[in-house]
Design a protein around this ligand. Structure first.
Ligand code: AHR
Length: 648
């Protein structure tokens, strides 16, 4: 007989949640969910990534070069692009931008702008055209406002007359150099946006945002992940650099191999959460960087103050110092903020000094300061009670002993299992006797038996079916401990198929929205997220867990009883008979039963964005409780299922 306890999940003020971590990896932000179409729009750079005219191409022999003017567009954007006629030019000259591996063009309104310095008495032509045939899909004349020695912004709209047949397109700006002072102009902050999710200015790409929203997520954790930490202590993700007009955002030295724009800044993350009705887990910088840099205790206070300011920016009243800055930026109402995490995976950054400092004083200093101002805030430590050992070490951190939670009462940990499917099945009872955690990053990332070192070996490039089922079992295990586990977060969530840094993500995409693909895992997360529970229920069974794993709950707002299960049998392909009896359910009670399987019978099958074939089969049927009040059905091998008595 197996049993699990009944828990009120309401401890955290909302039902158990499914969500995701977002950080800019795989061009998931710039060139991804951030809808900007122009790549290298403001010639941003950092110690790691040099400034260049990359992604721009001359038109009609124009000479394109980077310059640092004495009076740049802004302090944040010191570089600009000089566009000049050359001996090869005749007539109008200019530049085209190739976007992030192309740009889709369809008959909708695009909103654009660019800044120019230098006198120009004429008009610009802004257009979108095929990179293959030069066919122009949409074009607009923009009357010049440019005057000598000043930067002037030019705004325009383009509504293409036809859809482009593919995304191999460019955006261009041309002008007549004969009417420009010295035959040249300086350009900066060249921007072009399609319509965005919920119509936000500087907002999210619609198809990607909708794919995320359709999952019915509950949580957004940001800004990382590694991105929060930064490569060095001088280059962490400083939220203040991400606020306000784009011309005041210097950009960020990304930690995943490319310069970032800072276009997707703190406000944009908050609006994203608001627009999808997501609870936020805000990660604040803890003074530890990926290169092992450790901000010592005596220098830490300014960063603790900075974290408090950031929290105030998010949820402080509009008349507070940072709340008023938020109000100035158009959002006087505080955003809801219940979760703050101190750092990210800080048992790894700078091990062992970083982790020792985290245990000895770092976490507690942040914790005490936050709790003093926000007593109800759920503060989260950036480690778990049993994380794996860092490379070359034999033991991982032990949060309970190592962090002495008695001094930070009420804090919970963060656990990041990137595992093989078998290991995720073993996670089922991981939290039955543990302190609270978020499962802040989880995914099946390696096939069973992958040869160590696993990250250097062959990797699946997309989530695959047996991984999704293993993951589903771990999710049921986390959810049945939801009195201590507020939720689980898929990570990382998005991948541009042209930028491969992390193989396994929930959604794949390219410039072409037709390619946006929900991975097999998306369907399992979505199924569970669409059947929330407010309380877990105690369960008993006359069979042990495996190959069937399950959990049960009720959802008070919907007056529903919910059973979630998955079958993980790799050696025996027989269907598993299931009989679910909820106490008090009478014969004749109806429920819906949704079962996910894979259509090709291959445990390693995945949804390939290049074929567009969805291998997940989802069936929903009505089941009726029999004479004993039990719902009887059977589940095939490697399946994921939800039974829910709510007819909706
Ligand atoms: O999600 C990808 C990376 O995995 C995150 O940046 C980091 O937190 C984890 O190691």
């Amino acid at each position: 007989v197996q049993s699990s306890g009944g828990n009120v999940t309401g401890k955290f003020g909302h039902p158990y949640g499914y969500g995701f971590l977002h950080e800019d990896i795989n061009n998931s932000g710039d060139g991804g969910i951030y809808a900007e179409l122009i790549q290298n729009r403001a010639f941003q750079y950092s110690p790691e990534f040099s400034v260049s005219t990359a992604h721009y191409f001359p038109i009609n022999g124009a000479s394109l070069s980077i310059q640092f003017l004495d009076e740049p567009l802004s302090k944040a954007l010191p570089a600009s692009m000089r566009v000049a006629a050359s001996s090869n030019s005749s007539g109008k000259i200019g530049f085209k931008n190739e976007g992030y591996w192309g740009m889709a063009v369809s008959q909708q309104k695009y909103i654009g702008s660019f800044w120019v310095k230098g006198a120009y008495n004429g008009s610009f032509t802004a257009s979108m055209q095929s990179n293959l045939t030069d066919e122009v899909f949409g074009s607009v004349e923009v009357k010049s406002k440019a005057i000598a020695d000043e930067w002037t912004e030019h705004a325009f709209e383009i509504v293409p007359e036809k859809d482009a047949p593919n995304s191999n397109n460019t955006f261009s700006v041309t002008f007549d150099p004969a009417s420009a002072q010295n035959g040249a102009l300086a350009f900066n902050l060249i921007s072009l946006f399609p319509p965005t999710y919920k119509g936000r200015k500087n907002g999210l790409r619609v198809d990607i945002a909708e794919a995320l929203a359709d999952m019915n997520p509950h949580f957004l954790r940001f800004p990382g992940g590694n991105m929060l930490e930064g490569l060095t202590n001088d280059t962490y993700w400083d939220w203040k650099d991400t606020l306000g007009p784009l011309k005041d955002r210097p950009g960020f030295q990304g930690v995943w191999g490319y310069q970032q724009t800072h276009g997707l800044g703190l406000m944009e993350y908050l609006e994203w959460a608001e627009d999808m009705n997501l609870q936020i887990v805000l990660a604040v910088w803890a003074g530890l960087a990926l290169d092992g840099g450790v901000t010592p205790q005596e220098d830490l206070q300014p960063f603790i103050d900075d974290a408090l300011n950031e929290i105030e920016f998010v949820c402080g009243p509009a008349d507070s110092t940072w709340g008023s800055r938020r109000a100035e930026l158009g959002h006087p109402e505080p955003f809801e903020l219940n979760y703050v995490e101190i750092g990210n995976e800080d048992w790894l950054a700078g091990y062992p000094e970083g982790w020792d400092s985290y245990r000895q004083y770092r976490f507690q200093m942040f914790f005490d300061a936050i709790k003093a101002e926000y007593p109800d805030m759920q503060v989260i430590a950036a480690a778990a009670t049993s994380d794996p050992a860092p490379e070359g070490e034999t033991t991982g951190p032990n949060l309970e002993e190592g962090l002495d939670f008695s001094k930070t009462s009420g804090a919970i940990g963060d656990y990041h299992p990137y595992r093989e499917p078998d290991e995720l099945v073993d996670e089922f009872d991981r939290f039955d006797n543990d302190i609270g955690h978020i499962v802040g990053e989880v995914a099946a990332t390696h096939v069973n038996g992958a040869t160590p070192p696993r990250w250097d070996g062959p990797l699946y490039i997309y989530p695959w079916w047996i991984g999704a089922v293993g993951e589903a079992i771990s999710l049921i295990g986390y959810e049945r401990n939801s009195d201590r586990i507020p939720g689980a977060f898929y990570a990382p969530v998005l991948k541009n198929v042209n930028k491969f840094q992390w193989p396994i993500t929930l959604i794949q995409f390219s410039a072409d929205p037709n390619m946006t693909t929900r991975a097999v895992t998306w369907y399992c997360w979505s199924l569970f997220a669409h059947h929330p529970i407010s309380d877990t229920l105690p369960t008993v069974s006359n069979s042990s867990y495996g190959p069937l794993y399950w959990g049960a709950g009720k959802d008070d707002p919907r007056n529903a009883l919910v059973w979630k299960g998955a079958v993980y049998n790799t050696t025996n392909s027989s269907d598993v008979p299931v009989s679910v009896h909820f106490q008090g359910v009478t014969p004749g009670t109806k429920a819906s039963l949704t079962v996910l399987t894979n259509t090709v019978g291959d445990p390693y099958a995945y949804n390939d964005p290049f074929t567009g074939v969805n291998i997940v089969n989802s069936t929903t049927r009505e089941v009726t409780a029999g004479v004993a009040g039990a719902f009887e059905f059977s589940l095939p091998e490697l399946s994921v299922a939800v039974l829910d008595t709510d007819p909706a």
